[in-house]
Design a protein around this ligand. Sequence first.
Ligand code: BG6
Length: 505
Amino acid sequence: MEPTSIILFGATGDLAKRKIYPALYNLYIEQKLPASFSLIGLGRREWSDEFFQAQVEKSLNEFSRRPADPEVVKSFVQAFRYSVLNISHKEDYIELLNLVEQREAELGISSNRLFYLSVGPEFFEPIAANIQESGLGSTAGWKRLVIEKPFGHDLQSARDLNHKLSEAFTEEEIYRIDHYLGKPMVQRLETLHQSNPIMKALWNNRYISNVQITANETVGVEERASYYDHVGAVRDMFQNHMLQLLMMMAIQLPYNSTTEKVGLKKKHIMESIQPLQKQTVGASVIRGQYAEGNIQGKSVNGYAAEPGVAENTMNDTFIAAKLQIDDFFWRGVPFYIRTGKRMKEKSTRIVIEFKEPSGQANVVNGSKPNLLVIEMSPDQSMTLQLNASDPQHKGEFKPVHIDLSPDREDLAEAYENLIHDALHGDPTFFAHWDEVELSWAWVQPILDAFQENLLPLHLYPAGSYGPTESDKMLADEGHHWWFDQPADQQTEDAIEAPLAVNANL
Ligand code: BG6
């Protein structure tokens, strides 16, 4: 890997502490960082290098998935330096350039610079412009810009932001993080249908009845009301994470795919989703907000009573939608998507329900639809549910579960995968501008309809599965959300001894 300087804006912030330092540390242990690398942390606080290194160490003790070994940590943090930077002070960037060049000279490394903006989106533009103006962006080697969501607030603001950023960085140099794309099970989706002819053959409307993508959380708005109350579930989760999951699920890739192919195919999916009209959004979108309720035995406030939330708020903390991809492979297969806060349990999963042979549910002899269940969080697993004859009841069926899950120890954190790819210059699992723009364009009528209150805001009790209207949306088409039933019924479906097979993933 080429020697690299990582220039981290927002080095004193929460994301750096919880995700970025632990990810770098784990990459370091696995020898997946460049042999020579320098990290310069930037923030407004007056920190010394030593204090910064101690903070990094603290964050590793708290958040690293591998226990932090004091000896290893000691050599790891050698690469870390700190500099005070006020984002709008041009002279600070000149000082930063001097420091970056000094470190490059000390380490004898060429100027490959990765600018990681772990800061609020309002700072993306000024930082990018100052990188350009100060000469920090004039490198002999490569330069890359890593940014986090939110990328814009709606279609127009996203376009404006992209226009500004493109004055300092080309599209190939911009790495937009959507951390869902870094999740190991999402990354495995690509390989699942690409390298398994069985899956590939089934990956279409001939065999698939419907697809369900869920990202339920038990947490509420927490301390983020000032952000969340202007954003809602539609911007916070749906426009980015959920639509990325949809693209990754629906993508059809040739065996020897390339990053460009992945990008083109994802773009094709987004272009093929039937567009919505503002006036009729309510026909396929359910908007919800949590009311007071019970989460795991603890009573919790409704959203409107959370600190920092505007009086009479109409903000969405839940959204469910039905999407149709109008192309050769997926025409006629509903994709149901839902995400919400203060739900019954934390679960991020994709369920692919296959069609019954006769086209109708065969409940008489106990057979159940074939399902492929991809759990992304908190569990990480992939299970195929098939029917087998029930030895106890002649002539009846009983589902067996084939475990396609990877080994636990193979599962890196999302940020490890993403930072590694950004250092390597592999943009496959980053959001390309085309996808971001098309996602905002598709979501825009929903934003407008919400803004103008053209559809009801359904309250749902905290600790539930969201508004009942979301269940009805599926029931109207003869479907139901899988695995929503109470825990005691779920065990009825379970199989005592899952049949393990080797998965070619
Ligand atoms: C973030 C959202 O992007 O994703 C949060 O801003 C949300 O509101 C989080 O809680 C969920 O991520 P994960 O990985 O826990 O499913």
